[in-house]
Design a protein around this ligand. Structure first.
Ligand code: GUN
Length: 291
């Protein structure tokens, strides 16, 4: 049976370290501030944004949420971002994705000042990451690296298989893991919806990172004995026995996979708390740079 990678506990440790940096900044009269933009009323997005703002408050950081109706025009959203770029109270800006279909997501991301792009989604930061230059790293991939590091998982020389090729998780986490660095130095395979024999790849993985966006994409028969499994998925499964009417499941079939894996992240309580923590980390770094 696999041991759990406790994302909440590791997140708490990183937040503790951040706390002292925040206190130092506050002594200089600077409160790290995050501006959050939420367009529309998607329940999952509301829940993520609430979690991010709560985490800011817990560490004594400032956050300001701007909630906009789904009908807002692209021009109005661009004008809001322009004003946030100029706002000295905000060291970081986060526009929760996905955006409504009539808004060009790339255009919005490109309007954010790269110096305030604490998501690490702006092409300047994405490009710098690819080139190995100093930049804001995207939160979920960086959180995954931290989970592996804190759990004592050796990435050097490891066979890593990533399921999913999104800009937010798959592409950047693959990049960070094959970089000449520690953590890093892995041999990385990226699998996606056009991959022919998924199982042939996943069975070779020492470290399997699953960001496929679909529940139970990985079952126990697809996992090598002793593998480390990182489950990035968050799926709402209808469940009448729950007060909310649903339960959360990752992209991994937890019961069969945990019989094969040596270490596995639970959902919830694995990757999620680390994503939020790395967002705070980037926001504190942005505030430090403003001094
Ligand atoms: N939607 C899903 N994940 C993320 C994230 O990390 N940042 C933002 N802004 N939107 C998201």
């Amino acid at each position: 049976m696999a041991n759990l990678i406790d994302g909440k506990k590791i997140a708490a440790k990183v937040r503790e370290e951040l706390k002292s940096r925040i206190d130092k900044l506050k002594k200089k009269g600077i409160t790290p501030g995050l501006g959050v933009v939420l367009v529309g009323d998607d329940p999952a997005s509301i829940s993520y944004v609430t979690g991010k703002e709560r985490a800011c408050a817990e560490l004594g950081m400032f956050s300001r949420e701007t909630r906009l109706p789904a009908e807002i025009t692209q021009e109005e959203l661009l004008a809001l971002i322009a004003s946030m770029n100029e706002d000295p109270q905000l060291h970081g800006i986060l526009v929760q994705l996905p955006l409504p279909r009539h808004i060009d997501e790339q255009k919005i991301i490109m309007a954010i000042d790269p110096k305030k792009d604490v998501d690490g989604f702006h092409p300047v930061n994405a490009g710098k990451m690819l080139l190995g230059q100093d930049c804001y790293l995207p939160c979920t991939p960086n959180g995954i690296l931290k989970l592996l590091e804190e759990s004592g998982v050796e990435t050097g020389g490891a066979e890593v298989v990533v399921l999913g090729r999104s800009n937010i998780v798959g592409k950047p986490v693959a990049n960070l893991l094959f970089r000449k660095a520690n953590p890093g130095n892995s041999t990385v395979t990226i699998c996606h919806t056009a991959t022919r024999d998924l199982k042939a790849h996943t069975l070779r993985a020492d470290i399997l990172i699953v960001a496929a966006g679909r529940a139970r994409t990985v079952t126990g028969d697809m996992v090598k004995e002793g593998a480390v499994v990182i489950d990035v998925g968050v799926n709402r499964i209808p469940d009448d026995s729950k007060k909310r009417g649903y339960r959360l499941e990752g992209d991994v079939d937890f019961s069969s996979v945990s019989e094969k894996a040596s270490l596995i992240t639970p959902v919830p309580g694995g990757v999620g708390p680390m994503t939020i923590t790395m967002l705070l980390f980037n926001t504190v770094a942005a505030a430090e740079k403003s001094v």
